[in-house]
Design a protein. Structure first.
Length: 71
C-alpha cells in the first residue's frame, strides 16, 4: 500500500463525476450531516454493489439462503 494520492478515476462517483474537493470552477461538496434519504441509499447500493462483488455469480448461493424466498 502506498501513500500516493488517488487519481480522478479512482475518485469518480456514480455519474463519473469527481468526488474530490473540486477545482476553482467547482466549489466542491458542501457539508451536510442530515440523514441520507432512501433514494440516496438505493443509488449508493446500485453504484457500490457491483464494485464490491454483489453481481458475482458465486453470490447467487445467498439468494437460496434468504428465508423470505421460502415464505
Amino acid at each position: 500500500m502506498t501513500n500516493e494520492p488517488m487519481t480522478n478515476d479512482q475518485c469518480a462517483g456514480p455519474d463519473g463525476d469527481s468526488l474530490g474537493a473540486g477545482s476553482r470552477s467547482d466549489p466542491g461538496i458542501e457539508y451536510d450531516d442530515s440523514p441520507i434519504t432512501i433514494d440516496e441509499q438505493r443509488e449508493l447500493l446500485r453504484w457500490l454493489g457491483p464494485r464490491i462483488g454483489w453481481d458475482d455469480p458465486e453470490m447467487d448461493v445467498y439468494d437460496e439462503l434468504d428465508p423470505r424466498r421460502n415464505a
